[in-house]
Design a protein. Structure first.
Length: 62
């Protein structure tokens, strides 16, 4: 089984003040004054994971 980045991204988003909202295949994460982030459950690319963090304004690399 391929280990993805979903759990790590979810923790980083949560720590940055984002809250998880509805979704099944993809989760919506929202935070005031920041863009809504769509987080798929199957993030396996490091580049995609880092792009999601960059969009969220989180200065961290996975």
């Amino acid at each position: 089984m391929v280990k993805g980045f979903y759990k790590e991204l979810a923790k980083l988003l949560s720590d940055a003040g984002y809250e998880q909202h509805d979704g099944s295949k993809h989760q919506k994460w929202k935070c005031e004054d920041k863009p809504t982030i769509i987080l798929p459950h199957n993030v396996v690319s490091r580049h995609t994971a880092n792009a999601i963090l960059k969009t969220a304004g989180i200065d961290h690399k996975v």
